[in-house]
Design a protein around this ligand. Structure first.
Ligand SMILES: [Zn+2]
Length: 249
């Protein structure tokens, strides 16, 4: 029974409809107080996590995407948010909520293989960390983040719903970064030196037998990535993938 360790388990509130696959971790805002049992997870202002649905079963938070989406509802009313915000006077997630969603996402990645990437839209083939508005029709002119694209699944019947608000959508990269940091802890200096040496060797190997222009471009790209790695004092799987891609041209 997939229940995340360390959460407050509320007993299964689902209709026992089975998930078909695991593509998206979707962020919502409650417009109220946690918990919201329509979602799998509810995150309180202080970072407490309630789980209301076994992840074997669907949520009721994403309409036509329920068969492939794990939903997280996030509190937005209460003292930490200045009381009861007048909609749409939006309030960002607390740092504890960002951290809690990263913990959920890390667990989902390990348990259900949802990939660690930004979900681009609500199309059936899209995967990763998403937000409700991606599946919402509406006039979002004047908003920073747009709604459903053509060919995308409809994730609510409510036209123009802004969930989870521009302020919170803007925090998704923070959740993704925090998740990666949980799964890829900093390397020791020895591990880092070994990796840096291997990367240098790879660059040298790749640039032989290449045309002058390709070689120059590869060196430039690879150097930039290595510089980023050095500045951060560690390498993420993304850095390594980007490096390999640059050298494979
Ligand atoms: Zn929502």
């Amino acid at each position: 029974m997939p229940v995340m360790p360390g959460v407050i388990w509320k007993g299964d509130q689902s209709s026992k409809r089975r998930m078909e696959r695991y593509d998206v971790f979707c962020i919502h805002t409650i417009v109220g107080y946690a918990p919201a049992h329509a979602a799998h997870f509810s995150v309180f202002a202080d970072g407490d996590i309630y789980q209301s649905r076994d992840t074997l079963y669907t949520s009721a938070a994403n309409l036509n995407g329920n068969h492939r989406i794990i939903a997280s509802e996030n509190e937005d009313h209460g003292a930490r948010f200045g009381g009861t915000p007048r909609l749409p006077a939006w309030v960002p997630l607390t740092p504890e909520q960002v951290a809690a969603n990263a913990e959920i996402y890390a667990w989902l990645h390990e348990t259900h293989d949802i990939p660690l990437q930004m979900n681009p839209d609500s199309r059936p083939s899209s995967r990763g960390l998403g937000y409700h508005r991606q599946g919402i029709d509406g006039n979002f002119a004047g908003y920073r983040f747009q709604g459903r694209v053509s060919g995308g699944e409809v994730w609510t019947e409510a036209y123009g719903k802004v969930c989870p608000t521009d302020a919170r959508i803007a925090q998704l990269p923070d959740i993704l970064t925090a998740t990666r940091n949980l799964l890829e802890p900093d390397m020791t200096p020895e591990q880092y030196k070994t990796l840096a040496d291997a990367q240098t060797a790879k660059i040298l190997e790749a640039v032989t037998n290449q045309g002058e222009k390709t070689r120059a471009r590869q060196i430039k790209t690879a150097s930039r990535i290595v510089a980023t790695i050095k500045r951060n004092g560690k390498a993420t799987q993304d850095d390594i993938a980007a490096l390999e891609e640059a050298l494979a041209e």
